[in-house]
Write a protein that binds this ligand. Structure first.
Ligand code: SAM
Ligand code: SF4
Ligand code: SF4
Length: 356
């Protein structure tokens, strides 16, 4: 890690021996993964993410000048890549509402140490042309969110009347566009869409597209999260197993967020992200950059660290690197492992600001 820095450069940017063994946070976790939110806007109003009561007509979204420019994002990504980041996920809000996203992908793909670029999207804007240009720019993997297979449930989730077929078309488009992988994310919320678990599992069984179930999380303060509305990973696995037997598969790598399961009949894999019932903070090597350039070291943080301000005040690359190093070293986040009734109510950043 950090091989490209010679010792004089190390001294210049104030990096000590700790970094040569890999930058570690206060709980000895490296940094591998950066999630970049490119916008706070979205064409959906998913009830568990951007409920209309809060994100309605009067809601003040960010203006273009308040967003990090592509050049600023690339600068931050490059600095992170020198500290150990290898994977970049573009997210939002809905990342495809940001115009010319391909240009950002291309610039990130040109950063030598970044070896994986992925996108999380609701896929409504994923036309064939857009998918091809994103792939040609260097996007490797796409995760598409879909929470039900019937219009009534899906429209109750997205709350803007988008039918299921629109997203299924996006999934087909992605599958035919030559990405390394296309995965499907389904958030499960009790009383909203748990009846869609089996239909979704059936639909993606045998397709080669991995369906990942995500426990409903208490991100932000607007989605009225209740523990009783979490359908746990164990419940999801039991339900699927009762229909089609599955067995656990070892993780692909340390820190993988989804527990992997395989159908015994050869129909492929599913994943379950058990962030609430089986937290995985111990291996959390992710940081998140919001659309306004704040760095969050945890999905459940109250506030972020202002990198846009630092950059716009003229910080040098060395100063930026020093700041990122100091922030990561002081990180001790483990929110999901310590969640309490009180912590759920504490102010937390909204999901649409920092992405999933
Ligand atoms: N708009 C894009 C999309 O929906 O794919 C990207 C941003 S969205 C915030 C990223 C992911 O977070 C989606 O898969 C979404 O379902 C998930 N998500 C949003 N709110 C959530 C919550 N409260 N609990 C669990 N997952 C959530
Ligand atoms: Fe938009 Fe994604 Fe949030 Fe749904 S989950 S409201 S699509 S940002
Ligand atoms: Fe990482 Fe925070 Fe989630 Fe724990 S709660 S896994 S530290 S983002």
């Amino acid at each position: 890690m950090n091989n490209s820095l010679d010792s004089s450069a190390d001294e210049r940017i104030g990096i000590t021996d700790g970094l040569k063994d890999g930058l570690k946070d206060g709980l000895n976790r490296p940094i591998h993964d950066l999630r970049v939110s490119v916008t706070d806007r979205c064409n959906f109003r998913c009830v568990y993410c951007m409920p209309k009561e809060k994100f309605g007509k009067g809601y003040q979204f960010l203006s273009k000048s308040e967003l990090l420019s592509f050049e600023e994002i690339v600068r931050i990504v490059r600095a992170f890549s020198e500290l150990g980041v290898r994977k970049i996920r573009l997210t939002g809000g809905e990342p495809l509402v940001r115009s010319e996203l391909e240009k950002l992908v291309e610039q990130i793909a040109n950063i030598q140490k970044i070896d994986d670029i992925s996108l999380t999207t609701n896929a409504v804007l994923l036309t064939e042309k857009r998918a091809r240009s994103l792939r040609d720019a260097g996007l490797g993997r796409v995760n598409i969110s879909l929470d039900a297979l019937d219009d009534e449930t899906f429209m109750a989730v997205n709350d803007v009347g988008v039918p299921v077929q629109k997203v299924l078309d996006g999934i087909s488009t992605a599958a035919e566009s030559g990405f390394e992988s296309v995965k499907v994310n389904m958030v499960v919320k009790r009383g909203l869409n748990e009846h869609s678990i089996l239909p979704m599992a059936d639909y993606f069984h045998g397709t080669g597209q991995i369906l990942r179930f995500i426990e409903f999380m208490d991100v932000g303060n607007t989605n009225s999260w209740k523990n009783s509305e979490v359908v746990t990973a164990a419940e999801i696995a039991d339900l699927i197993n009762s229909e089609r037997p599955i067995e656990k598969v070892p993780p692909n790598y340390r820190g993988e967020v989804a527990n992997r399961w395989r159908y015994l009949d050869g129909g492929g894999e599913i994943g379950i992200i058990a962030s609430v019932s089986e937290p995985f903070c111990g291996d959390c090597s992710r940081a998140r950059l919001s659309a306004v350039g704040k760095l969050y070291t945890c999905l459940f943080a109250a506030d972020g660290h202002d990198l846009m301000g630092l950059i716009r005040r003229g910080a040098s690359d060395a100063e930026l690197s020093e700041k990122l190093t100091a922030l990561w070293r002081s990180r001790r986040d483990r929110y999901s492992e310590t969640r309490t009734v009180e912590s759920v109510l504490r102010p937390k950043v909204e999901m649409s600001h920092i992405g999933g």
